[in-house]
Design a protein around this ligand. Structure first.
Ligand code: HAS
Ligand code: CU
Length: 553
């Protein structure tokens, strides 16, 4: 790696796009801090420690779970993505993104929305979990605030699309650089998928919470929610995939195995992310089993772009491992740069995702879902996916991106390596225990120490939830501390940003259609209409806004 001097680095840090990325990352990390504190208290509650409820902070276990879910999966992810993807898109072209003014407007809209939502959330007036199922009823500010955050993400899409137009005018016959293409496809997928959530907010939850209508329709609300709620997991995952395809192979000294295959995987996500949210509603009465089964099959279909990713990324890493002297069918894996603080967390994340992805297939297996639904098995599943694969990857990215933005080297590489191992081991302990507890019938989202139906066979495993949660907390603190010390005290200049991996099989080897967006968008819309049209049409036609809101906390 080449290094730049501190003054050069500081000059670069004044670049307005960098400040915009830094602003998003700052908000993301403040959210993560809240997320790990609440997570620790919840893990300890399962291990038998009294939950420290107080009127001044977290008023109940359920208040904590709501804050935890919103901060981690909605705020940490969304703000990180909206800082990271535009940064990657700009470097990919390479071209400055159009209209920094639009970029800042977007940030302020998102931040204003976040603050609006946070007031009732922190004040215990939105203790409705991150899924905010009706008829639980939160304060109106929570719904309007979250809607503004979503509107902000649409503006990110707009900015990327406008930049793409400018680039296209100058490069009529060139394939879009892969990193920029991936950023664009991710945002396009999300923008299409978020329509369900927008409809739920605008037509049901916001008018209801403002008192404009007296009741709501819980089934219609849930169905619109999951139309967005499933694809949102790929909105979190695809930026991690961008790093696994475009950066990690290069950081490991290798090449990307295939550019066309990577494009195909992202386009498959565009088509297949949205039309399968019913796999979250297998147990919901009022939706025809035929459509649930159809969407279960589509869920198995969306497994394939992840399999393509597995193959492509392993082959790319193998080229790196071999370039570093690795041999054998498997032994090359040991030659990857395990001591690189940016690479290690991402390898840990990939390994976790192998288990998390298989767990997802179990969830998706229609009747098997009855065994695991609403148990802590699901909590185990999403901690290995968004809590490990995604979060560890974002941490690995931060270990080069934050030094770059601050113009200062990472404070401590050893602390970063220890942090990654702690998160990996902590998550292993935590999620194995939760998966097994779920199979023993323990419900999720429950203050288990108070459950009247507490089962003796849960007892032996519960302390492990506390142990895992504590390791994760310590790891999270080390991570945030390292970044804080980097931006405040580090005096070494930052190393250069990792370059993008060059493909062994370049874009030109694939068909031109793999570089188009519009035809795929049309197919994606058609897929949603087929998968959801009949069910939504029936639910809307028979909607009765008669369920009163509940405040059970
Ligand atoms: Fe999921 C519930 C099915 C992926 C997140 N999921 C959830 C919830 C969350 C979540 C948050 O069908 C709970 C929502 C709630 O609160 O109720 N999920 C799936 C399936 C996949 C899947 C089929 N989920 C994710 C990802 C998430 C995520 C990704 C976040 C980022 N999930 C479900 C279902 C439910 C569900 C049901 C509802 C359950 C219920 O009843 O409530 C698939 O996309 C997974 C495919 C992925 C793979 C892994 C491929 C491995 C790769 C790693 C490469 C490794 C390398 C290194 C390169 C099959 C790409 C290895 C090197 C070596 C040498 C080995
Ligand atoms: Cu899902």
């Amino acid at each position: 790696m080449t290094t730049v001097t501190l003054s050069e680095a500081e000059a670069r840090a004044s670049d307005p796009e960098k400040r915009l990325t830094a602003a998003h990352l700052l908000v993301a990390h403040v959210a993560l801090l809240g997320g790990i504190v609440t997570g620790l208290l919840q893990g300890l509650e399962h291990a038998g420690v009294d939950f420290p409820a107080t009127p001044y902070f977290l008023q109940s276990y359920y208040h904590s779970v709501s804050v935890h879910g919103v901060l981690n999966v909605l705020v940490w992810t969304t703000f990180f993505i909206c800082g990271f993807l535009p940064f990657i898109a700009a470097r990919g072209y390479p071209l400055p993104l159009v209209s920094p003014g639009l970029g800042w407007l977007t940030f302020w809209v998102m931040l204003a929305g976040l603050i609006l939502a946070a007031i009732p959330l922190v004040g215990n007036a939105a203790t409705v979990m991150f899924t905010f199922y009706a008829p639980l009823k939160a304060n109106w500010a929570f719904y309007i605030g979250l809607t503004l955050v979503v509107v902000g993400t649409w503006l990110v899409t707009l900015r990327l699309a406008l930049t793409h137009q400018v680039w296209r005018r100058q490069h009529a016959d060139t394939r879009t650089p892969l990193p920029s293409f991936m950023a664009l496809v991710t945002m396009a997928m999300w923008t299409l998928a978020s329509i369900g959530l927008a409809a739920e907010m605008l037509f049901l939850l916001i008018p209801w919470s403002l008192g404009l209508v007296q009741g709501t329709d819980p089934l219609l609300a849930r169905t619109l929610f999951w139309l967005t709620g499933h694809p949102i997991v790929y909105f979190w995952l695809l930026p991690a995939y961008v790093s696994w395809y475009m950066l990690v192979p290069r950081q490991a000294g290798g090449k990307l195995f295939s550019d066309p295959m990577a494009r195909a995987a992202f386009l498959l996500f565009l088509l297949l992310s949205a039309p399968l949210g019913l796999h979250h509603q297998v147990t919901d009465p009022g939706i025809h089993e035929g459509w649930k089964l159809f969407q279960a099959f589509l869920t198995f279909a969306v497994f394939f772009p992840s399999l393509l990713t597995f193959f492509n990324v392993v082959a790319s890493l193998e080229s790196g491992g071999r370039a570093r002297g690795g041999t054998g069918w498997v032994a090359w894996f040991g030659r990857l740069p395990w001591a690189d603080p940016s690479v290690l967390p991402q390898i840990h994340g990939m390994l976790m995702f192998c288990a998390g992805g298989i767990g997802g297939l179990i969830n998706a297996s229609y009747n098997v879902n009855l065994v695991v639904h609403n148990t802590t098995y699901i909590v185990g599943h999403f901690h290995t996916t968004v809590g490990a694969a995604v979060t560890l990857t974002y941490m690995g990215i931060s270990y080069w991106l934050v030094p770059h933005l601050a113009g200062r080297a990472l404070w401590s590489r050893r602390m970063a390596l220890a942090q990654s191992w702690l998160w990996f081991v902590g998550m292993l302990v935590f999620s194995v225990a939760l998966h097994e507890l779920g199979l023993r019938g323990m419900p999720r989202r429950t203050m288990i120490s108070q459950a009247a139906y507490f089962q003796p066979e849960w007892k032996a495993l519960l302390p492990w939830v506390g142990v895992g949660g504590t390791l994760l907390f310590v790891s999270g603190v080390l991570y945030l501390l390292n970044l804080l010390l980097t931006v405040t005290l580090s005096r070494q200049p930052a190393p250069a940003v990792p370059d993008f991996a060059q493909p062994m099989s370049p874009a030109e080897e694939g068909p031109d259609i793999l570089d188009r967006l519009r035809p795929w968008m049309i197919v994606a819309v058609v897929m949603v209409v087929i998968a959801y049209g009949p069910t939504l049409a029936r639910l809307v036609a028979s909607a009765s806004l008669n369920a009163p809101g509940f405040r059970v906390w």
